[in-house]
Design a protein around this ligand. Structure first.
Ligand code: GLV
Ligand code: MN
Ligand code: MN
Length: 423
């Protein structure tokens, strides 16, 4: 029991910041960002750091078949399902210091604060570190949380390759070997509740002078790929009428897509990747492969947009072939009222300025929300900049988010009668 002590009083801003900055040295880039893609050497080294932190706190480590890590502080009743908190440590290739890693660092800080306060909880508490949230190296992302929640099968993930042809199956053993002391865990091990701390990755909190976003859900997404196939030919000799120019055909499709998908300002439409083959100046391109990422809060409208993409691609009647397919699709999810209520109550008790908000970015919390009551805690990031090496946040805001997290975990750790399944 807590004997009146509050875990948040034991959150240490400096310790949290030092851990955040130390983790950022794994994959640090010259521009001050982080390139720590899933299952890379840098990500594998960072796992060892987490293991060290876990050992310092006397936690027990577990790892599953996709390389998710769990660090457990035992509860008074170890038979109860744990309360889980955490995020991911992989980054975009030109990512920042905070996306994902803040949720892991804040989780360690909150657990340490609970321990330092001498608070014993009925439930175990676990820090979770989900594999490949970003999906920049192995697409689509969210592999760890999707495998855990049973959304996607491990067998579908293992053959996914990066640009160099390295598969998840090839890269995974290196990650699993980095934490030999971790005990094997099955997917789907019961969780009583999940709460993920994360930078907002948007400008709202900063603009409104709020310190915490109580996250009520996550907007839906459709991720697609389009392949335009033409024919390689000589740039100087091939008559215009005989060309099958994949770049020309792709350009027309891209122009149509921007014009016809973006009509509602709430739609977020991105073509972030384009691969050209053979990608040399004097050869007509034989292939353009590009990505589509569409997001919208209204799930039926989002599906309408995905169908519109398929129609636009199908309308192309030039000399090139066009294929379009979906690689991931999720509708908007709405988090559990009791969970958002618990975060709100902690903000009120700590006098932390907050607002309720929907997440425009995707997070592992989506997958956890399919199997247990879930929510998220957002903290501001400078100018809302994220997926960018310039991503920044203040030590004080990170501390305040961890304080709210620590007190919510304390509450959930003693909540033995709601939404809880036995382990
Ligand atoms: C996650 O990084 C996303 O793209 O929303
Ligand atoms: Mn993230
Ligand atoms: Mn991200």
């Amino acid at each position: 029991m807590s004997d009146g002590k509050r875990a948040s009083d034991f959150v240490d801003e400096d310790r949290l910041w030092q851990r955040q900055m130390y983790l950022a040295t794994f994959g640090e880039t010259p521009k001050g960002g982080v390139n720590r893609q899933a299952l890379s050497a840098e990500e594998i080294e960072a796992r060892k750091v987490l293991m060290d932190w876990s050992n310092e706190l006397g936690l027990t480590a577990f790892v599953d078949d996709i390389g998710n890590l769990f660090f457990r502080r035992e509860g008074l009743d170890p038979g109860l399902a744990p309360v889980m908190t955490g995020s991911h440590i992989d980054s975009q290739p030109t990512g920042g210091k905070f996306d994902g890693s803040y949720g892991v660092v804040a989780a360690f800080e909150a657990v340490q604060a609970i321990i330092d306060a001498g608070i014993e909880l009925q439930r175990p508490i676990e820090v979770a570190v989900w594999l490949n949230e970003e999906g920049s190296r192995f697409a689509p992302g969210m592999m760890g949380s999707e495998a855990y929640a049973g959304v996607r099968k491990l067998e579908e993930m293992l053959p996914v390759t990066d640009r160099e042809g390295v598969s998840v199956e090839d890269a995974l053993p290196g990650a699993l070997a980095a934490t030999p002391a971790a005990t094997h865990r099955e997917f789907g091990y019961p969780v009583s509740a999940f709460i993920e701390a994360h930078i907002e990755q948007g400008p709202i909190l900063e603009a409104e002078g709020k310190v915490v976003g109580v996250v009520t859900g996550i907007q839906g997404v459709r991720r697609m790929r389009v392949r335009v196939t033409g024919e390689e030919a000589h740039a100087g000799t091939t008559p215009t009428a005989e060309r099958k120019d994949a770049i020309q055909a792709a350009s027309k499709i891209v122009t149509e897509l921007y014009a016809r998908i973006n009509e509602d300002p709430e739609t977020k439409f991105t073509i972030g990747m384009m691969n050209i083959t053979p990608n040399v100046p004097s050869v007509i391109a034989s292939e353009v492969l590009f990505s589509i990422d569409i997001r919208h809060v209204e799930s039926t409208y989002l599906e309408e947009l995905a169908l519109r993409v398929e129609t636009i691609c199908g309308e192309q009647d030039g000399p090139c072939e066009v294929e379009v397919w979906r690689i991931a699709e999720s509708d908007s999810v709405y988090f559990d009222d009791r969970m958002t209520g618990a975060v709100e109550a902690a903000c009120v008790a700590l006098e932390t300025p907050y607002r309720r908000m929907f997440s425009a970015a995707g997070h592992d919390a989506r997958q956890l929300s399919y199997i247990c009551p879930t929510t998220m805690i957002f903290v501001p990031c400078e100018k809302g900049i994220s997926h960018n090496e310039a991503e920044n946040a203040t030590p004080g805001d990170l501390r305040d988010g961890a304080c709210v997290l620590a007190d919510v975990l304390t509450k959930l750790g003693n909540d033995t009668d709601t939404g809880a399944t036995g382990a």
